[in-house]
Design a protein around this ligand. Structure first.
Ligand code: SAM
Length: 501
């Protein structure tokens, strides 16, 4: 693992403060840059070639200092000393030089790394391959955390207050920086020395005290510790891509996630939660979540698992995207085809994996849901809270006393078929898009239950009338709970976040 060419310098402390203060004053923030460059996210800068590159360059001429900073620190453009001194204070330029953020190049001065302003922080990392820009392409390349997939990860990290927080495979440290806003004591671990150097630099650049970065393999550096929250965006790509430490997840792409899941339970405090971004396959031999549960081993009896799928691809679709993204020829397609055939993969899924260690003696849950168009972090947390709540002692009494409030954004699809000369209903499916995209196949009485909830009758009263018609109490309670879990019915105080529509 090379450390020979880490380009930045740790200090002096006052230089960090000078840089931070000026970047803030100049409004070098994601809000300003997104509005000025009219881009959906900072990740657009990472792929600023072709049409996207032209779009960004069209906004270069604006006199705002933050635009010059974007060209210098994000785009990596060289400027002469005169050009820089005309717009930027000498104290700021000296501080950039002290920290290694500005170095001499053939035509003047250049920033040797990428410096992005995500989520109210400033984050230095390696610069992606770009014509004319300084690049670093060794195996221990450090990502910035604003890449599209990393952004999904970072923006769905829980910000609820907690005591101890760990970001595993921290890279530039963005997940851990976020943790420092909600936790008392935060750790970030990465296997590469280069990532820990960048992350430690970023900690100092942002002036954060409650954060420690450690180098090591998986949980080794925090042996014996327990955390209330563990976040992870570890490598998960199949080994058909360039073998960079940040991207490839071992032999079948799932090997590093497998290790993480099988080792994580002892490091979770009771009630502690994992928020991880994962990629894996549904296979003929079993779906992704089945393997995840097996990887937990004996800890599966004390851990809840929720796999929340954000995107699904056919193996061919995923392979094609990767081949195009890597600029490889179509000759590579047969290798991908052979890879997925060997795994017997039906589908590739990108998902948030949530694991929770139960805090009390109760049955654990194991669920898989699909994201709807408006699903986000609030819905993910609601799901964990709700599924926990319905397994706690006393839930049944609460449910029976509840006046069920019906929601209105669901449909019940009835599939008919011709049987013995007559059109007969064959199946009933509740369809919802929020909080999760649900297709809940149900017996007809559940349709009648949903339509009988008028916001006046208690679930206990409905239970009496349905059991009087021959349904068992257990069947009724399981069916009613499924309707609450899908948000067809609501319990006062336990509604999911509003979809805003
Ligand atoms: C996909 S990158 C993500 C970086 C960062 N979490 C983010 O979202 O931008 C994965 C990171 O995991 C680190 N990593 C890979 N294997 C690891 C291991 N066994 N233990 C700790 N970190 C590891 C890599 O060095 C890399 O920085």
């Amino acid at each position: 693992m090379s450390r020979h060419n880490f380009p930045l310098r740790m200090g002096p402390g006052a230089a960090f403060e000078t840089v931070r203060n000026f970047l803030r004053e100049a409004d070098f923030t994601d809000t300003f840059l997104r509005a000025h460059f009219q881009i959906p996210g900072l990740y657009t800068f990472l792929y600023s070639v072709g049409v996207q590159g032209e779009h960004i360059r069209r906004h270069y001429s604006h006199p705002a200092t933050a635009v010059l900073l974007a060209r210098l620190l994000i785009e990596g453009q060289p400027f002469t000393g005169q050009e820089l001194s005309a717009k930027l204070p000498e104290s700021f330029l000296d501080a950039l030089k002290d920290l290694g953020l500005l170095e001499r190049c053939r035509t003047g001065w250049q920033c040797p790394v990428l410096l992005m302003p995500p989520m109210g922080f400033w984050v230095a990392s390696d610069r992606g391959a770009r014509p004319g820009a300084n690049v670093y392409q060794e195996g221990d390349y450090v990502m910035s955390g604003v890449e599209r997939v990393c952004w999904d990860y970072a923006s769905r990290i829980s910000m609820r207050p907690c005591r101890k927080f760990l970001d595993m495979g921290t890279g530039s440290g963005l997940g851990a920086l976020l943790g420092s806003r909600c936790a008392e004591d935060v750790y970030g671990i990465d296997i590469t020395d280069r990532a820990v150097q960048f992350a430690s630099f970023n900690r100092a650049l942002n002036g954060i005290e409650n954060l420690t970065f450690l180098q090591g393999d998986m949980f080794a550096p925090v042996a014996g510790m327990q955390f209330d929250r563990i976040t992870a965006n570890l490598p998960f790509e199949p080994p058909l891509k360039k073998n960079l430490i940040f991207s490839v997840g071992g032999e079948d792409g799932e090997a590093i996630i497998h290790r993480f899941v099988s080792e994580v339970a002892p490091f979770l405090a009771p009630g502690g939660r994992v928020f991880a971004l994962v990629l894996g396959t549904d296979r003929e031999s079993g779906d992704f979540e089945d393997r995840i549960r097996q990887w937990l081993g004996a800890a599966a009896s004390e851990c809840d698992v929720a796999l929340l799928v954000t995107q699904k691809f056919s193996p061919v679709e995923y392979a094609t995207q990767q081949i195009i993204g890597e600029g490889e020829g179509l000759w590579k397609a047969h290798e991908w085809d052979a890879f997925y055939r060997k795994l017997d993969a039906r589908q590739v899924v990108l998902a948030h994996l949530l694991i929770q260690k139960r805090a009390t003696e109760r049955p654990v849950f194991f669920t898989r849901r699909d994201f709807g168009p408006l699903t986000g972090l609030a819905e993910m947390e609601w799901l964990l809270d709700w599924e926990t709540f319905i397994r706690e002692p006393g839930f049944e009494e609460l449910l029976l006393a509840t006046v069920a409030e019906p929601t209105s954004d669901w449909e019940l699809l009835v599939r008919h078929a011709l049987r013995e000369g007559a059109l007969k209903a064959q199946s009933y499916t509740f369809v919802k898009k929020h909080p999760f995209a649900v297709e809940l196949e149900a017996p007809p009485w559940m349709g009648m239950l949903a339509s009988s909830c008028d916001g006046k009758k208690t679930v206990g009263e409905l239970c009496q009338s349905f059991t009087a018609k021959g349904l068992s109490r257990e069947q009724f309670l399981a069916g009613a709970t499924a309707l609450f879990s899908a948000d067809v019915l609501r319990m006062n105080g336990h509604a999911p976040p509003s979809s805003g529509v």
